[in-house]
Design a protein around this ligand. Structure first.
Ligand code: SAM
Length: 294
């Protein structure tokens, strides 16, 4: 840590700031502020923030984690939707000269432009205690828009972290596991109980780090087809792959084509999508793309 010593994170200081500004929590924005210094230190350690890193923080709240990030990183851009928090952030972050605050919905912000302008187009690190109601759109947005990001270290609902990390043959394995693992290597760094937040969330939480691949180990020729296929397979989880895929007519993959490709890949005709690995889904989608072209 090279910058000023963080003062928030301690529940007493958090309450003092909330009272000073008569802050009213907005449930619709998923506001659960961290009040545990050990957890904050764990997040910074898991994200492996150094003076060389530029960080984008999503949802800084009153600036608790922002203080920790700004003390360790070259710079931080913090994007907060709630207008009532902006004067608070200017107060709590006044000692930190390397922080920019943007009052905007993160889903509307061009994060690629921030990496361009603030970090000369080099990959940034995303760190956040995410608003849980938009976890998936935030993370999938980063991947699908190919924002230059080297890692994403985020607090999410425990159940969502488990789904991101799950492999075939487990109950948590699904479309989110495959989408995340196509783009990144996931690793759960810590489990965090509700009493580390104010107010306490009704669910358990976990810190997950996603190391985004510079060169993904598997490549789909048609990503839209791959993810369309994955969604179709898990919408009909207990169905065989041939039934699941033929159910979604937009994919254009008939039962006959599914059986043919499965045979070529050495898989049984009765296999369910939930039994396939990411590599097998990609191999299937690449074969299907070739057949659909001809
Ligand atoms: N980082 C703070 C902390 O750890 O104490 C607050 C985390 S709280 C779980 C989530 C934060 O995201 C809140 O400050 C909330 O207002 C903000 N937020 C919610 N939706 C957002 C959106 N669409 N864009 C940007 N920020 C958002």
């Amino acid at each position: 840590m090279t910058g000023p010593i963080p003062t928030l994170g301690n529940p007493r200081n958090t309450i003092e700031i909330l009272n000073k500004y008569r802050f009213v929590f907005q449930k619709k924005y998923g506001q659960n502020f961290l009040i545990d210094t050990h957890v904050l230190e764990k997040i910074i350690k898991a994200a492996d923030i150094t003076e060389q890193d530029y960080v984008v923080e999503i949802g800084p709240g009153i600036g608790t984690m922002t203080q920790y990030l700004a003390s360790s990183a070259a710079g931080v851009t913090a994007i907060e939707i709630d207008r009532a928090l902006i004067p608070i952030l200017h107060d709590t972050l006044q000692e930190y000269k390397n922080v920019d605050i943007i009052n905007e919905d993160v889903l509307k912000v061009d994060l690629g432009k921030i990496a361009d302008e603030k970090n000369n187009g080099r990959p940034v690190k995303v760190v956040a205690n995410l608003p849980y109601y938009i976890t998936t759109p935030i993370i999938m947005g980063l991947f699908e828009k190919h924002v230059p990001v080297s890692s994403i270290t985020v607090m999410v609902q425990k159940e969502v972290a488990d789904r991101m990390q799950a492999g075939p043959g487990t109950k948590d394995y699904g479309a989110l596991s495959l989408a995340v693992q196509y783009y990144a290597l996931p690793y759960i760094a810590a489990n965090v109980p509700p009493n580390c937040f104010m107010p306490r969330p009704g669910v358990g939480s976990a810190v997950i780090r996603l190391d985004v691949y510079e060169h993904p180990p598997v490549h789909a020729e048609d990503e839209a087809l791959l993810f369309g296929m994955i969604r179709a397979s898990f919408n009909q989880r207990r169905k065989t792959l041939q039934n699941g895929l033929s159910h979604v007519s937009e994919l254009g993959i008939s039962k006959e084509l599914t059986v043919r490709i499965l045979e070529e890949l050495g898989l049984p005709a009765s296999v369910r999508g939930e039994a396939l690995t990411l590599e097998q889904f990609v191999a299937f989608a690449n074969q299907a793309a070739r057949y659909l072209k001809t």
